[in-house]
Design a binder for this molecule. Structure first.
Ligand code: FES
Length: 571
């Protein structure tokens, strides 16, 4: 149909029968059964990775996005072919959606590579779906463009604006503290998630959408369009058209996701006060392109990137406000002096060209200026020390600075089960000045690194009015949560990290100013504890759980599987 370097359409990647002509003839004869004309069957093919699932509320409108993408592909002279992949609905998965992210990435990669497509549109949205799709597309290295489902609209409860899921946590904390009755929390439950789409705040899904726009792998101006807005459908149609351009120009994702665009994405992550999960996902995505995200580099960028966006969980606004207030384009324009403007994007333009063409509108209530930011430093910071030799993450934008420089006593929970059994025990020996430590919730633990790092305030302290405490774990935290919570402590307890050796009453020193996190226990004592530690949990005997346990990497390596990263990784 074209030369060797152009689109191959349905003639690409023929099934292997030992006779290519027969394979082509057989494929085209079967393709006829789809009722498509011979003319259409000769067009370049744009695959559409569709992730509709009734187990994923955030993707409820994927079918209409698929239809709009198809319009765009057809209008641009291509053949759109939709295919299903795994879908990950954050709150419907056990043990946790992160456990399945790499499975979805493998599914996406192999279906892109294994089926004849000249380009692919990736439709994702809920937290793990977007990183999984980009990880897969980068490894397959077929021209690819991301489209997100878009955020939910806010709801109202007794006149108050609510959005999933920062307000879910706020109201749950009120209920735990006895400030809300059972019938009231039941009524709130009905008002938090009121439309299709992803969480309405700057949680992980919104952060990943912003990162996609910053990386240049998604169309400009599309990250924050609400799921139910007509602009979302127009964005889908435009994405279909853009995918055809990518197919014709053979613009592969490795030319878009580069060291420089990853640095841009880190800047945006820091400036939007984005989710801590995003650092894991961006590390994993970059790892597929052979790019290392170094937590020391994160700290360097964090020192020079102010927080500009005033969305929940740190501020008062929601994603619909960011969309109306200028979107991620407004953030990128403000960050312009700090960005690598020569990075290529899916439109074929550089980031600099894209920003020059931007209409320039911004609502300064929602997106502040570099000169007058919300906070002078970036939203995330990495801590290192004897308790976290390979690093830990604190979302300082959502934390209480009064707790940043502190030496305190550890109150330890050895597992999620131990936490839920004892956290509300009236006899628990705990004060507001202690540090709550959760062990065995990291990537190597059987729980698969859940979003359990936002340990609840013990109810006896919550009822006494305590709103925040220092909390520390090898777990993750939802991007919609807030508090002084140190996460992703690496190596994790289940792989023998020092966090597993902390005992009740140990002293821990945290210094955000010095970027340190230390366990004040002698090396001799720690060696004794390590020698007496129980053996690791037995490996699962079969299936994906076994593959996961054998291959998963630590948080500082993005929790990808070792064998899926680009080989060899660039230093
Ligand atoms: Fe899907 Fe929050 S649950 S984005």
């Amino acid at each position: 149909m074209t030369d060797n370097h152009g689109p191959k359409g349905l003639e690409g990647g023929l099934t292997n029968y030992g006779d290519p002509d027969f394979a082509r003839y057989l494929r085209m004869s079967f393709a006829r059964s789809m009722g498509l004309s011979a003319e259409l069957l000769k067009k370049p093919v744009v695959g559409i990775a569709a992730t509709y699932s009734e187990f994923n509320n955030c993707h409820r409108l994927v079918p209409e996005l698929v239809a709009a993408v198809k319009r765009g592909v057809l209008a641009a002279g291509g053949l759109p072919l939709e295919f299903p992949t795994i879908s990950l609905g954050e709150v419907f998965l056990n043990p946790t959606s992160l456990f399945f992210r790499n499975l979805m990435a493998m599914d996406t990669e192999e279906m892109i590579r294994g089926q004849p497509m000249d380009a692919v549109v990736l439709i994702g949205g809920c937290d793990k779906t977007v990183p999984a799709q980009i990880m897969g597309a980068l490894s397959a290295n077929v021209p690819a463009i991301q489209l997100v489902t878009g955020p939910m609209m806010t709801g109202r409860w007794r006149g108050e604006k609510l959005g999933a899921c920062t307000d879910c946590r706020r109201f749950w904390a009120k209920y735990r503290a006895g400030d809300l009755a059972k019938d009231e929390i039941d009524s709130v439950e009905n008002s938090l998630s009121v439309t299709a789409g992803t969480c309405a705040v700057m949680g992980t899904a919104s952060t990943m959408a912003a990162i996609c726009e910053a990386l240049g792998i998604m169309l400009p101006g599309t990250a924050a369009i609400p799921a139910v807005h007509a602009d979302r459908l127009r964005a889908a149609e435009a994405t279909g058209k853009a995918a055809m351009r990518l197919a014709l120009e053979r613009l592969t994702p490795d030319r878009i996701i580069t060291e420089k665009s990853v640095q841009n994405a880190l800047r945006v992550l820091l400036a939007i006060g984005g989710s801590t999960n995003a650092i894991i996902h961006l590390t994993a995505m970059a790892g597929r392109a052979g790019i290392k995200v170094d937590l020391n580099e994160l700290n360097r960028l964090s020192d020079t990137t102010p927080v500009l966006v005033d969305l929940k969980p740190t501020g008062p606004f929601y994603m619909e406000d960011l969309h109306n207030g200028g979107g991620i384009g407004a953030v990128l324009r403000e960050l312009k002096p700090l960005l690598n403007l020569d990075c290529l994007t899916v439109t074929g333009e550089t980031l600099g060209e894209r920003l020059a063409a931007d209409d320039g509108y911004v609502d300064r209530e929602v997106v502040r200026t570099l000169a007058e930011p919300l906070q002078p430093h970036g939203g995330l910071v990495a801590l290192f020390g004897s308790l976290a030799p390979r690093g830990a993450i604190l979302k300082r934008a959502a934390a209480d600075p009064a707790l940043f420089e502190r030496e305190a006593r550890a109150v330890v929970f050895t597992s999620l089960e131990d936490l839920s059994a004892r956290i509300d025990d009236p006899d628990l020996d705990v004060t507001a000045d202690d540090i709550l430590v959760l062990q065995n919730a990291g990537p190597m633990s059987p729980s698969g690194m859940p979003e359990a790092g936002y340990l609840p305030i013990p109810s006896k302290l919550a009822k006494a009015g305590v709103k925040d405490m220092l909390r520390l774990s090898d777990a993750r935290m939802s991007g919609t949560a807030y508090g002084t919570v140190i996460l992703h402590v690496s190596p994790d307890a289940a792989s023998g990290g020092p966090i597993g050796l902390v005992r009740d009453g140990d002293r821990i020193r945290v210094s955000v100013a010095n970027r340190t996190l230390d366990l004040l226990v002698s090396a001799e004592e720690l060696a004794k504890r390590a020698a007496a530690a129980p053996p690791p949990a037995p490996e699962p005997v079969r299936g994906y759980a076994r593959l996961y346990r054998r291959e998963v990497l630590q948080a500082d390596e993005g929790c990808d599987f070792d064998f899926l990263r680009a080989q060899p990784a660039r230093p």
